[in-house]
Design a protein around this ligand. Structure first.
Ligand code: SF4
Ligand code: SF4
Length: 348
């Protein structure tokens, strides 16, 4: 199956410009963009991952992580090959970095590699599977879903008609054109990986300002949003960087936007770093508190009381969690069961 992309424009000399992410690649005929999944054939842009996911699972929504968007629900989760980032610490690098090197960004080679190593799953069938497994929603996740926006969009439109919600787990590089096109998406978890442009350039091949702009654009569109930061020892764990992130959330978004601070484990090219010490995660947690954020969570650490949702008014524990499991739940009609304070998010 070959699907022409929606998010692009045609240029002269059979070049095209992709509009899905902020790289805005100008792609000559016969080549792909930086993500190695969108290729120019004869002056038209095609999405080679359309209907070809490479990872499919049924996950608790807490795994995304989304803690304030229908907690306790299940999401049919899809990801494809490719990514517009090249993070040295990527935990899904076997998905995200394939087929960049293998295809050398030649479009026909990329198409062949992607499609012969993926599962064929057209949008209608994806939704049928989600309904079959009694999922509550669909998550576009594992790699950056903006690069397969057209596939996500078509699944999401069908899913919505069947009463399912749609969530994006993103690194925050969508263009405004992509966000408009993806209006059917209900909620986002976006990585804010560091508060340093050097970090983004060195480890991800992208720019901090572009990510900050995308996060603000998502928030302005009144989508539910939660932010995640993977704290890497010696790289993004300084007081200055963590404070920068916490204050950005508070000042540019809202004190009610949840911040997930997650523990790093060595992976891919970053094997020389240690696992994030618990004290560093607690330092970040306290920085978030001092900045005035209402909902801060420590992730990838089992058994901490900092994965609990507390009422910002009376301080009582409202959702106690153990990993992705919910142990107790005290929110009724979106309010604290004890004092009646409104809790930010979407709750059933
Ligand atoms: S989605 Fe891919 S092809 Fe499009 S601009 Fe981003 S990296 Fe380039
Ligand atoms: S954005 Fe996410 S999936 Fe893509 S390379 Fe970075 S960590 Fe991996």
């Amino acid at each position: 199956m070959l699907k022409e992309a929606f998010l692009y424009k045609r240029l002269d000399k059979k070049k095209v410009q992709c509009l899905a992410c902020k790289h805005r690649c100008i792609i000559p005929e016969g080549k792909t963009g930086l993500c190695a999944t969108r290729g120019n054939e004869n002056g038209r842009l095609y999405l080679y991952t359309y209907a070809y996911p490479a990872a499919i699972n049924l996950d608790p929504i807490e795994k995304k992580p989304l803690f304030h968007f229908y907690p306790g629900t299940w999401v049919y989760s899809l990801g494809t090959f490719g990514c517009n980032f090249r993070c040295s610490f990527c935990q899904n690098w076997e998905l995200s970095q394939f087929p960049k090197k293998e295809s050398k960004f030649y479009s026909l080679k990329a198409k062949q590699l992607i499609q012969s190593n993926s599962t064929f799953l057209p949008p209608q069938k994806a939704v049928e599977n989600a309904l079959h497994y009694r999922a509550d929603g669909i998550a576009y996740t594992y790699n950056e879903p903006a690069i397969w926006a057209e596939y996500a969009h078509d699944i999401a439109e069908i899913a919505k008609k069947h009463g399912l919600f749609n969530v994006f787990v993103s690194s925050g590089y969508e263009t405004d054109e992509a966000l408009d096109y993806l209006d059917v998406i209900d909620a986002y978890n976006v990585d804010l990986k560091a508060f340093s442009n050097e970090f983004y350039l060195k480890y991800c091949g992208t720019k901090l300002d572009n990510v900050l702009d995308t996060i603000k654009s998502i928030y302005k569109r009144k989508k539910w949003i939660e932010i995640t930061t993977l704290v890497i020892p010696g790289e993004n764990d300084s007081e200055e960087q963590l404070k920068g992130i916490a204050e950005f959330i508070k000042n540019e978004l809202s004190k009610d936007v949840p911040w997930h601070i997650t523990r790093f484990h060595p992976d891919y090219k970053m094997l020389d770093k240690e696992v994030t010490p618990l004290q560093t995660l607690e330092k970040a947690f306290n920085i978030g508190k001092e900045a005035g954020l209402n909902y801060i969570y420590i992730g990838n650490v089992l058994g901490t009381d900092k994965e609990t949702t507390y009422c910002p008014r009376c301080g009582k524990p409202l959702i106690e969690r153990y990993g992705f499991r919910i142990l107790s739940y005290h929110i009724k009609n979106g309010r604290c069961e004890y004092c009646g304070a409104k809790i930010a998010g979407k709750f059933r």
